[in-house]
Design a protein around this ligand. Sequence first.
Ligand SMILES: O=C(O)C(=O)C[C@H](O)[C@@H](O)CO
Length: 374
Amino acid sequence: MLISARLGPLTFASLKREFAMPAPTNRFKIALKEKRPQMGCWIGLASPYAAEISATAGFDWLLVDGEHAPNDLRSILEQVRVIEASDSIPLARLPIGETWLIKQYLDAGIQSLLVPMVETKDQAEELVRAVRYPPIGSRGVGSSLARASMFAAIDDYLTTADDQICLIVQVENRAGMAALDGILETEVDGVFIGPADLAADMGHIGQAGHPEVKAAVLDAIKRTVAAGKAAGILTTDPEMQRQCLDLGATFVATDIDVTRFASAIRTSAQKALSLLPDQTASGRMTSANSSKYLQQLCKHWSHKAEVEFNETHGRINFSDGKSVEMSATQDYLSIVATTRARGDLEHWKQIIEQHLLRFAFREDCTPIWDQSSS
Ligand SMILES: O=C(O)C(=O)C[C@H](O)[C@@H](O)CO
């Protein structure tokens, strides 16, 4: 316990009495103002436990997503709390930029907000007002019961809070891009360009990497930086990450916890199951046209599978582990159907059979499968 000759035990109460406490310093906002690039990650697992794991990774910032993740203010606050305990800085994305919601997020102590779907200068100006206290802004005064003021322990909160709020608006459709110059004239702290939604609105849904989309995104980043505002993006494309940073973007998210976890756990399961033996079934189709049907099936699947064949042998390998190997004589076609350990062998046999019978529609030559299959 530290003891001061004048103050006695240096407790929170004694310090509070002695020193007026301002709102917490927003390191993220300072870094953006000083144009120091900050690397981030999207957090959509909607779990404080998962957020705590991500907070050990070392990202400069973590965006807790309230738009596309199953979050509400309570769950976001729990995740913000665990991130605050790390070296990463928490940001939160609202589901929509409405004043009442912004008030709750700010009173919960979230100092860096990302607001989606901003399309006009007027909308941006209203959001700026929503994160500022009167008389210049419209943020309701409730700090006496708010976590943001440490429940009134920060007695200078009301007069120091505005400067520590970082408001970032998302421009992510054609209307917002058309209004970007006006939005940049407002007091927003930064503009985040949303490639996924912009691609959709530009008619390239699901194609955030489309050349037209990339060109529009890079142009918006360039214009935002030129206007003296912080520019940011979320992109998992390493080339795009580098291009945005080279243009002066200062908050770049490079990954998403959900997709990272989903990909890793699926790969892990496939590796585990690959230790098990494949399933195979052998069959025979009696026909004098076996070579013709073998070659037809190989040609049919050559555009979507790895295929090797000649007049007497053929092998077709699909990326999901399904394969079929065939040998043709003058009298019959031998068939070996294979799937991975948990594949649907019966369904795979049916698919092979349906294709062969479609080729052999003039004959009655249904394949006969061996009863034992491994
Ligand atoms: O439009 C975008 O891109 C974003 O706003 C980010 C997405 O919402 C995020 O969910 C990743 O697709």
